[in-house]
Structures are given as structure tokens and as C-alpha cells.
Design a protein around this ligand. Structure first.
Ligand SMILES: C[S@@+](CC[C@H](N)C(=O)[O-])C[C@H]1O[C@@H](n2cnc3c(N)ncnc32)[C@H](O)[C@@H]1O
Length: 267
């Protein structure tokens, strides 16, 4: 597609929340979404993690949940991750990412419209069918062998990494969302808005602010976020970026998680 064609498509699909480099043309230079985000959004947040993530992600499968236009999925794809599943509740964002993926020839990205609260019903393709069959088998087993009920639930997919940036504060049931994610991977890289408080564990209700947000938010204290991550099933929580800008980043991982290739602070 020539330059004019790319610009035309970019305008047609926009406005864009993420600034994605389409090869000399950047989406937010052409059609930025309104809001307080800078034109290079989310590059400043990418800079906080780009040296922490494995430089070569070949062989890794990654779930990017709440991916929006897919900036992070694209960067991860450029590091040769073998499979990236990018999910967002907004169909138009997924449409933008699908076009980016085709334009940049990143066939290892799969972009799906989906809701984090439906993950336990399967997150792609045949998952819901397999879950249905699995539930049937469990039901029959319980009938035949009453008492043996503690079998593991079917896990729809497994990923080497779940990537969850700027999503938790959009959710009404943040702990439930973390619980749905935890069986999918041993490793979660999470960034979210917090109240910077290490002593007290609570969720603070923040009312919508005129002209900035239309929905209220539930913001955890830093202590509460760590408590919820542990409660959801991650034994370890490591700080990657601090909460001085109210947007910390944590690497939450389970005992025995494979962290080879990660360049972690203090290691
Ligand atoms: C602030 S954007 C963050 C986008 C990107 N992860 C980032 O860090 O720049 C939040 C995204 O989460 C998506 N989202 C909100 N609720 C969701 C839900 N229940 N399930 C899946 N995605 C959701 C929104 O559509 C939006 O694209």
C-alpha cells in the first residue's frame, strides 16, 4: 500500500489511542484520539519495560489483555514471540489492530474482541467446546466416584506471559479478573493506577472527573494490589517501576516460573 493509501486507511479506522509506527507514518500523527494522552502514547510506558522483557521472545506465547490498538502486541511481536493473543472489549480497537497486523505482516498476532470476565468460558476458537466437554466428563466422574471432586478445572490456554497494562482500573471486580487470569500463565506483567500506600490495603472509589473520565474507578493501594495479586495465586510480586507517578509496574509470578531471558532489577 502506498503512503497515501496508508494515511487514508489510518483516518478511516481512527481515531487511534496508540501511536503505532506503520513504517514512517505514525497512527497518532494522522488521527489521534481525544484525551490527555501525549501524541507518542504509550511510548513512555514502553520505555519502562523494554529492557526488562526478554530481548528475544522466540518460542514465547503472550496474552495481551485490554490491548486497545495493540502497540504492546506489536512490540512483542517484533521480538519474535511465537504467538500473541490480543484481546480487547472494544471491537473498533481490534479492527485497527487487525489492519496493523496485516500491514506490518505480523501474522503471529491474533486479535479478538473479548471480555476479561468471560475468560473462564474460553478465550479463543474451540475453547468453549472443550470446556463444555470437560464439564460433562467432570459431571460423569462425580456421579461415578462421589467424593473425588477436587480435580483441576480445565485451563483454556496457557501462555508464557500475560500482559495487562492500564486495564485493572477500568474493572468493577478487579480481584475476580486477576483470578480469571492466574490459571492462564505463571507470569503476569501488570501496570495500573494506584493510591501510593504501602501500609494500608483497600480499594478507593474515585468518582468520574468532568472532562477526564466518564466512569468511576476503583483504585487499589500499592499494598492492596500486591495483596490481590498474591490472593489470585501469584506467590511473588516484584516491582519493575515504582508508584511515584501513581502507575507502578509489577511482575507477578508463581513459584517455579520460567524467568529465563528476563532482565530483572537487582538480578
Ligand atoms: C486504557 S486502555 C489500555 C490499553 C493498553 N493496554 C495500554 O496500556 O495502553 C484500556 C483498554 O481496556 C479495554 N477494556 C476495558 N474493559 C475491558 C474488559 N472487561 N475486557 C477486556 N478489555 C477491556 C478497553 O476497551 C481499553 O481498550
Amino acid at each position: 500500500m502506498n503512503r497515501d493509501g496508508v494515511i487514508k486507511k489510518c483516518i478511516e479506522l481512527g481515531p487511534w489511542f496508540h501511536n503505532i509506527d506503520l513504517g514512517g507514518i505514525s497512527t497518532r500523527d494522522i488521527a489521534p484520539s481525544p484525551g490527555p494522552q501525549p501524541l507518542d502514547h504509550p511510548v513512555p510506558r514502553w520505555l519502562k519495560i523494554k529492557d526488562v522483557l526478554p530481548a528475544d521472545m522466540s518460542g514465547m506465547s503472550v496474552l495481551d489483555v485490554g490491548c486497545s490498538d495493540g502497540f504492546f502486541s506489536v512490540e512483542i511481536a517484533k521480538r519474535n514471540a511465537s504467538r500473541i493473543l490480543s484481546i480487547d472489549a472494544q471491537r473498533l480497537a481490534i479492527k485497527r489492530l487487525r489492519w496493523v497486523k496485516r500491514h506490518l505482516k505480523l501474522s503471529h498476532i491474533t486479535a479478538l474482541a473479548g471480555d476479561i470476565y468471560k475468560f473462564h468460558k474460553g478465550i479463543a476458537g474451540l475453547d468453549s467446546f472443550f470446556i463444555f466437554v470437560h464439564k460433562g466428563i467432570r459431571f460423569l466422574r462425580r456421579k461415578l466416584r462421589p467424593g473425588k471432586v477436587n480435580e483441576p478445572i480445565y485451563v483454556a490456554r496457557r501462555f508464557d506471559l500475560v500482559f495487562m497494562f492500564a486495564l485493572l482500573y477500568h474493572l468493577k471486580a478487579p480481584l475476580l479478573a486477576l483470578e480469571y487470569l492466574a490459571p492462564l500463565s505463571d507470569i503476569l506483567l501488570i501496570e495500573t493506577l494506584v493510591v501510593d500506600d504501602e501500609q494500608n490495603s483497600y480499594l478507593q472509589y474515585v468518582a468520574p472527573m468532568n472532562g477526564v473520565t466518564t466512569e468511576p474507578k476503583l483504585l487499589p493501594t500499592t499494598r492492596c494490589l500486591k495483596d490481590m495479586l498474591r490472593w489470585a495465586g501469584y506467590e511473588h510480586v516484584m516491582e519493575i517501576a515504582d508508584a511515584s507517578d501513581k502507575r507502578p509496574i509489577y511482575l507477578a509470578y508463581k513459584e517455579g516460573a520460567d524467568l529465563s531471558g528476563w532482565r530483572l532489577p537487582g538480578k
